[in-house]
Design a protein around this ligand. Structure first.
Ligand code: SAH
Length: 350
């Protein structure tokens, strides 16, 4: 059996195999990895790509993650927050454009209290009973996660960032803890959310060992979604001068994750599209099956600046949707108007 078939059969990967697959210059081996991953994705989801409408609620954040352009110490970051009406307008625009999943993401902004956020979720739930609501609002209490779930949220994205506690401590300030992030992920899962974890590829101090730990964590945790994208330096952050992550590593890791978790929902991320003009298309060809066009109001897009040179900050939502659809069509994939739940899900929140 060759190395790709071995991973596929065992749904496991070791340190040596990981390093080989990421670093090899053997084009034929890389193509076998890619086509195996794409074959697995085609088997589960066919040529259908799910679209999620991303609404960036706020650029305020109380955290000070060393990699993020929105960290609280960044005095040059432009801060905005959407009003409730603006959020509902984004959803209405998105619904008319065919989106059936809304992803509400933001910095950890105390303005979005449980009361306010639950009202927003409940309103969107009432207006669009046929849509999935995904939240990506960072670390909150178990009670808060529960209240948001009860208000109608279905999914939660919280990247674990790194499965290695010592690595985590080098990416985050001392007041953030790896254990707390793990506890949040566990709570989200227990409450009943479809959960997404994930990490940046090429974050400072990342090694093959930390990457292996990420993959092993993902296997154990069994998330419904995995978000990975290359690290991209953000100006006025401690990591501004660090090297950016590798597009090749990101693509190969997408493929490996597809082999490890055949039916996982795996986005080709904006960060990948930022580092390569065809990054999202390549992501799909390496096994991703989700894209997340931006639905945020155009006036604020450039201000959700978690990293530099982010793409799609000048377009209207309709243009982003059309562009995404066209990009997928050009490589032989069809974007679908569907909630796009994970295969295992029976929905309680409908
Ligand atoms: N505050 C929310 C949303 C964070 S933004 C939360 O904590 O979940 C979503 C993801 O963007 C982060 O989890 C991180 O992995 C990624 N990200 C942040 N800064 C980045 C950078 N400089 N380059 C690439 N990805 C970055």
């Amino acid at each position: 059996m060759d190395i790709v078939e071995q991973i596929l059969a065992s749904r496991d990967i070791g340190r040596a195999e990981l390093e080989l697959l990421l670093t090899t210059g053997d084009k034929e081996l890389v193509e076998r990895l890619r086509s195996a991953a794409r074959g697995v994705a085609d088997g589960v989801y066919g040529k259908r790509i799910f679209m999620r409408g991303l609404i960036e609620l706020t650029s305020h954040c109380k955290n000070d993650c060393l990699y993020c352009g929105l960290r609280r110490s960044n005095r040059t970051a432009v801060r905005y927050r959407l009003s409730e009406e603006q959020i509902y307008d984004c959803c209405e625009t998105g619904y008319r454009l065919g989106f059936r999943t809304f992803v509400m993401q933001g910095g950890e902004d105390g303005w979005f209290t449980d009361e306010r956020m639950c009202r927003i979720v409940a309103t969107v739930r009432r207006r669009y009973p046929d849509c999935a609501i995904t939240l990506s609002l960072g670390e909150r209490s178990r009670e808060s996660y529960q209240a948001l779930y009860d208000a109608g949220a279905n999914r939660y994205l919280l990247r674990h960032e790194t499965a290695d506690a010592a690595h985590y401590a080098r990416l985050h300030p001392a007041d953030m803890s790896w254990q707390h992030r793990m506890d949040c992920l566990q709570a989200l899962k227990e409450i009943g959310y479809q959960v997404g974890c994930g990490f940046m590829v090429g974050s400072p101090f990342q090694t093959f060992d930390t990457l292996l730990a990420d993959l092993q964590f993902i296997r154990r945790f069994g998330p419904q979604m995995v978000g990975i994208g290359p690290f991209i330096p953000a100006h006025d952050t401690p990591f501004a001068a660090e090297a950016k992550g590798s597009v090749q590593y990101t693509l190969r890791l997408l493929a490996i994750i597809r082999l490890l978790l055949p039916d996982v929902l795996l986005p080709a991320t904006t960060a990948l599209g930022t580092l390569h003009p065809q990054g999202r298309e390549l992501g799909i060809q390496y096994g991703a099956n989700v894209v997340m066009p931006n639905l945020s109001p155009r006036d604020h897009r450039k201000d959700y600046a978690i990293y530099d040179n982010k793409i799609c900050t000048g377009e209207e939502s309709a243009e982003c949707r059309a562009c995404t659809e066209q990009r997928m069509r050009r490589i032989g994939y069809e974007t679908v108007v569907d909630r796009g739940d994970h295969a295992s899900v029976t929905n309680k929140n409908e």
